[in-house]
Design a binder for this molecule. Structure first.
Ligand code: NAP
Length: 283
């Protein structure tokens, strides 16, 4: 039976450390500030934004939410982003994605000052991550690395397989594992003999968005299995991309869904905001 990589517990520990740093700021000093911009009425996005706000409050950050109507134009959204770039109380700007169809995600993100781009989605920050010289890491892959670190799982020299190659999870995850000296393979929907590839993994990270897709026969005995997926099973219950029940007996470590990678993501966002604050204040 695998050891459960507890994202809730790890996240609480990291948040505690962030809160301690905020509590130790001199009296009267401004707090780190995060601005979250959301456009439209997507219910899932509103839940994410609420959780980000809750996270900020928990660690003592200033949190500002800008909920804009679906009808917002690109010019209006970019004008708000530029105003936040100039705002001295704001260290991090997050534009909740996906934006409504008539708005260009990439164009909007490119207007965020890279030093306040705490999601690390801008070309500038992606480039810096690629060469291993960065201030911020994208939150979900960074959360995975933090979990591995918390449980003393060293990936150096191990075969790591990342299934999924999205710009926000799979690709940056592969880069971070590579920077941690793993030998990395990236698999995707065109990969042939996927089971054979995944069975070669000492560390398997799955981020595809398909409920319980990875089954026990696709996993090597003793592998570390990280499930990034957030899916719904046939009964509408939240589950991951990995068939947890089946894989649990084979893996050495595994993340549950919920309670694994999910809680780490917002915590990494808070970490990035604190990093930005410190840089801005020469701390
Ligand atoms: P995405 O942009 O839809 O990318 C999915 C990736 O999976 C693509 O690269 C796709 O390959 C690959 N894929 C799809 N079907 C496959 C298959 N049958 N075999 C192999 N590869 C396959 O998704 P994403 O944004 O990376 O998200 C992935 C999952 O993680 C989702 O469930 C999402 O909800 C979850 N997520 C969780 C968090 C968190 O905080 N826990 C954060 C972000 C995302 P191609 O490139 O070839 O199409």
């Amino acid at each position: 039976m695998a050891v459960i990589l507890d994202g809730k517990l790890t996240s609480a520990k990291v948040r505690e450390r962030i809160k301690n740093e905020v509590d130790a700021l001199p009296e009267g000093a401004r707090r780190p500030g995060l601005a979250v911009v959301i456009v439209g009425d997507d219910p899932a996005s509103h839940v994410y934004v609420r959780n980000k706000k809750k996270g900020c409050e928990e660690v003592g950050f200033l949190s500002r939410e800008y909920a804009l109507p679906e009808s917002t134009t690109e010019e209006e959204l970019i004008a708000l982003v530029e105003e936040l770039n100039r705002d001295s109380e704001i260290d991090g700007i997050l534009v909740q994605l996906p934006l409504p169809r008539h708005l260009d995600d990439k164009k909007v993100i490119e207007h965020i000052d890279p030093s306040k781009d705490v999601d690390a989605f801008s070309y500038h920050n992606v480039g810096r991550i690629t060469v291993g010289d960065y201030d911020f890491l994208p939150c979900t892959p960074a959360g995975v690395m933090e979990l591995l670190h918390e449980y003393n799982i060293d990936v150096s020299g191990k075969n790591a397989v990342v299934v999924g190659r999205s710009n926000i999870v799979g690709k940056p995850q592969a880069l971070l594992l590579l920077q941690a000296n793993a030998t990395v393979t990236v698999a995707h929907s065109k990969t042939k003999n996927l089971s054979e590839v995944t069975r070669g993994a000492d560390v398997l990270v799955v981020a595809i968005g398909k409920a319980k897709f990875v089954t026990a026969d696709m996993v090597k005995e003793g592998a570390v299995v990280i499930d990034v997926g957030m899916d719904r099973d046939e009964n509408g219950k939240l589950c991951g991309d990995v068939d947890f029940e089946g894989v649990c007996d084979k893996a050495s470590y595994i993340t549950p869904v919920p309670g694994g990678v999910g809680p780490m993501t917002i915590t990494e966002l808070l970490k990035n905001t604190l990093t930005s604050y410190k840089r801005r204040n020469n701390i």
